[in-house]
Write a protein that binds this ligand. Structure first.
Ligand SMILES: Cc1cc2nc3c(=O)[nH]c(=O)nc-3n(C[C@H](O)[C@H](O)[C@H](O)COP(=O)(O)OP(=O)(O)OC[C@H]3O[C@@H](n4cnc5c(N)ncnc54)[C@H](O)[C@@H]3O)c2cc1C
Length: 396
């Protein structure tokens, strides 16, 4: 009989893990607390490891990417209001694929459904685990259907907690959030702009970063840009009180530039935005008995790292591979999976601190250093592009 797995969370990590499990011959079922799919969303740059994981999961052909030609133009707006060539997310090594979160979600949805390689994976919306009891021989889970209020107990061979940064599976099985969530004293707000910032090209990316605050506009080839406003704060709790837009207007009050103005005005009109505090998840071990965590639930790298979606895909694909390679030995499969993945996760958790300075410099000296670094990187990039053009002209 095929082994059954409960996957908690219909995000990138959950769907990737479910497809990985199916590839390993398991029978996964996904439960999602929301009543429906979460589509659309913010800019995500998918790195080569993530694209390879998408290929391994058989969803690469379903993935719609939106890179402007040549990575598009990026602009930096400095504190004197001057515009300079900038360095966009898409200009970093590895040629990230430009997508919105919903593009990855949609590709995975195809993969778990009728167009995937294998039988469709059942998804139960408005459902969440209430109790998880690992007996050693199986895991008994009490599931609540939040639409009807009905409760039902089921038995699984494995529970995969893919329920995000504030994971309930983690809290129930591994302990309270305080033990695993590290605070970064920073906030983010991500949303779709109604239109590009006036006087810029549709696919342009624009960055306006000052000490403690950063406004980013991410341009795409075929849809309006998305915006990210991020700022540092000493009191995260206070940021969740009162109106979100007022909080943001206060944080950006002395940055009266066209990017910030346009983003804040757009935000007032959109019902759909993400406003949250920034954290990382750090755990000494991602599995206990027959319960394993993946994605943000296990190792949230946070948005500054720019690797969360990439590793959510990689983690799910690799979990399937290790289960396939260790049939009948769950403990060995989980140990092998974690030891392969953990060094890269730890490296990117450290790197995120450095990258945070690019998104939102911590103070005036950091802002100045950031400007110099970006200018140097732009010069290097320009020279490289010029050399490539010359070589191509000669060859022609
Ligand atoms: C603004 C922003 C920009 C980003 N940019 C990038 C980028 O450029 N590149 C990149 O690689 N990554 C990026 N990331 C990170 C990336 O989006 C995340 O790491 C990734 O989407 C995490 O996926 P996940 O499936 O682990 O978690 P989530 O997306 O949080 O999914 C968890 C799911 O579990 C469900 N759930 C929660 N609790 C329960 C419960 N009790 N029962 C049932 N279901 C539950 C939730 O409703 C949700 O559907 C960015 C993130 C943000 C916020």
């Amino acid at each position: 009989m095929r082994k059954r797995a409960l996957v908690v969370g219909l995000g990138i990590a959950g769907m990737a893990a479910a497809i990985g499990l199916r590839q390993a011959g398991w029978q996964p079922v996904i439960v999602e607390k929301a009543p429906d799919r979460r589509r659309g969303g913010y800019f995500v740059g998918l790195m080569p490891e993530g694209r390879q994981a998408a290929a391994d999961l058989g969803i690469r052909d379903h993935l719609h990417t939106r890179n402007p030609p040549g990575g598009g133009k990026a602009w930096s707006l400095n504190r004197h209001g001057n515009l300079e060539p900038g360095l966009g997310f898409l200009h970093q090594p590895g040629d990230p694929a430009a997508v919105v979160r919903g593009d990855i979600e949609a590709a995975l949805w195809e993969g778990i459904g009728a167009h995937g390689a294998g039988e469709p994976i059942p998804v139960r919306f408005a459902t969440r685990p209430v109790e998880i009891d690992d007996s050693g021989a199986d895991v008994r889970v009490l599931l609540e259907d939040t639409a009807t209020g009905a409760w039902r107990r089921e038995s699984f061979d494995l529970v995969v907690g893919a329920d995000g940064m504030r994971s309930h599976v983690r809290r129930m099985v591994f302990g309270p959030h305080e033990n695993h969530l590290t605070g970064w004293n920073a906030m983010i707000c991500a949303f779709q702009l109604r239109e590009q910032v006036p006087s810029f090209q549709e696919a342009d990316s624009i960055i306006s970063a000052r000490a403690g605050r950063g406004a980013w506009v991410f341009g795409f080839a075929d849809r309006p840009p998305t915006a990210l406003l991020t700022y540092r704060t000493e009191d995260v709790e206070a940021e969740f009180t009162g109106s979100r837009i007022e909080r943001l207007r206060t944080a950006f009050s002395d940055m009266d530039d066209p990017v910030v103005r346009h983003a804040l005005d757009s935000l007032e009109e959109t019902p759909d935005f993400l406003f949250d505090s920034v954290h990382q998840v750090k755990m000494p071990r991602w599995s206990r008995g027959r319960v394993v965590l993946v994605g943000d639930a296990a190792w949230c790298l946070n948005l500054y790292s720019g690797m969360g979606a990439t590793f959510a895909l990689r983690g799910g694909a690799d979990l399937g591979r290790e289960l396939r390679d260790h049939p009948g030995d769950l403990a060995a499969a989980l140990t092998a999976w974690e030891s392969r993945l953990r060094p890269a996760i730890v490296r990117h958790q450290h790197l995120a601190r450095v990258k945070q300075q690019l998104f939102v410099p911590s103070n005036r000296p950091a802002e100045a250093v950031r400007s110099v670094v970006v200018r140097l990187a732009c010069t290097v990039r320009e020279r490289k592009l010029a050399r490539t053009r010359t070589t191509e002209e000669r060859a022609a």
